[in-house]
Design a protein around this ligand. Sequence first.
Ligand code: NAP
Ligand code: G3H
Length: 484
Amino acid sequence: MTGLCNENLIYGNLINGQWTESASGDVITITSPADGSFVGKIQAINKEEVNDIIRCSKAGQSLWSVVPIYEKAALLYKAAALLEERTEEISDILMMEIAKDKKSSVSEVKRTADFLRFTADAGKSLEGIAVSGENFPGGSRNKMSYVKRIPLGTVLAISPFNYPINLSASKIAPALIGGNAVILKPATQGAVSALHLVKALQDAGLPAGALQTVTGRGSEIGDYIVTHEGIDFINFTGSTEVGRHISQISCMTPLLLELGGKDAALVLEDADLEYAADNIVEGAFSYSGQRCTAVKRIITTDKVADQLVTMLKSRIEKLTVGDPRNFAVITPLIDQKAADFAVFLTQDAIAKGAELIIGSKREGNLVYPTLLDKVTVDMEIAWKEPFSPILPIIRVNNMEEAVEIANRSEYGLQSSVFTKDINQAFRIAEKLEVGTVQINNKTERGPDHFPFLGVKASGMGTQGVRYSIEAMTRPKAVTINITE
Ligand code: NAP
Ligand code: G3H
């Protein structure tokens, strides 16, 4: 193959610097969740090819690790410029491949370019330390440990469908600046978009073997790669189910896992309700709720609930629903299974006594934004991650109960607290068992240099530019002993 894909939109894998078709001839056809149209075909790679890729990765990493950091950084800057130049083309592909509305698709590409540049800058400011022996009892100033960070080797980056470009780049760039080689396994639905990111990095001048790709169904090839002895680190974003499975089989390979969430917005009685409603609707419904950080439940008291419901309803009514090309906020879900699950959660809640305020309409995989009031803890929607535009409201007697229910979730990604009382906000923030508490804001990952992490079933390890570089490098200590 001479380029990323041929005239029939059959995409290759980047293997040792060449876009390559699988010897087996097995391909997977990617169609759009928006209208079923053809997006492209990707390779379904086999085990022997994985072995070759990992072999090339070793050689590629040896060459890449010795490239000076300022040159690595310059390459990331160049890739960022290329991505920006290609924003229109790539965002159109993204929009069709995962039915993400056009505005959000453009924003994902631009955010990724910023991420590449910020990572380059962070890489350039990496420094080692010198630790004197005299600080520890019995130690001596004649002993000094000189510590710098070195790469781990080959990083396997596994990304989910909902941010194929950004959540691939947020693994690839910090791994590369740290001197690692990377093998990207993108989500199958999202692979075409992710391969365009890889092409920009290749065109920026990445040497052969520094970045390679593996496409194919995770259920078929995933276990083989994850357990391959040539993988030195696994950086995974996706569902808790697959994350747990990977952690069970990956035996001694270090992991960074960013998994599911059930982010709660706690709305206190003194909150600015109009502001909270604006934030919550944006947080819950952008990209149809298919974000790990989407607001996935509201917990509040009777005193403000009725008023809040009215405000939420009037905003939800205004959300545009339909084709991502028409800038709709609510677009078709990634597949029929996702829509089936959304319908199941809504019907279960209504059958158990929840009040449907708006929504519960489905056309194929398009699910209309749904607000459910008076949700109780016996309903599935109180605990399950819908990954669709469904927002439940759980009414409680007080904020102690709100915190208890928020913490009863198996997940622990983020929570929001809406209040004008900063002391109360801090008291509640201290008690919430999550990676991040947002005070007076919707739950969200960015800005991308902030630490981003989940606790409990939401993950393991921390992302965010500097944190990701640290996760994918290790300290190397050389101890100097000055002899008399
Ligand atoms: P997913 O089904 O878990 O898939 C994620 C990735 O894992 C895909 O590339 C998938 O490939 C691959 N995979 C599947 N089985 C595998 C195996 N046995 N070994 C190795 N890789 C395997 O998740 P998704 O549906 O794409 O994404 C939605 C989920 O991700 C939600 O739960 C969401 O909350 C979570 N998420 C979390 C964060 C975070 O930062 N916390 C961010 C975004 C999304 P295939 O596509 O080929 O199956
Ligand atoms: O889906 C999970 C993403 O990491 C969320 O990122 O808060 O910027 O949408 P976001």
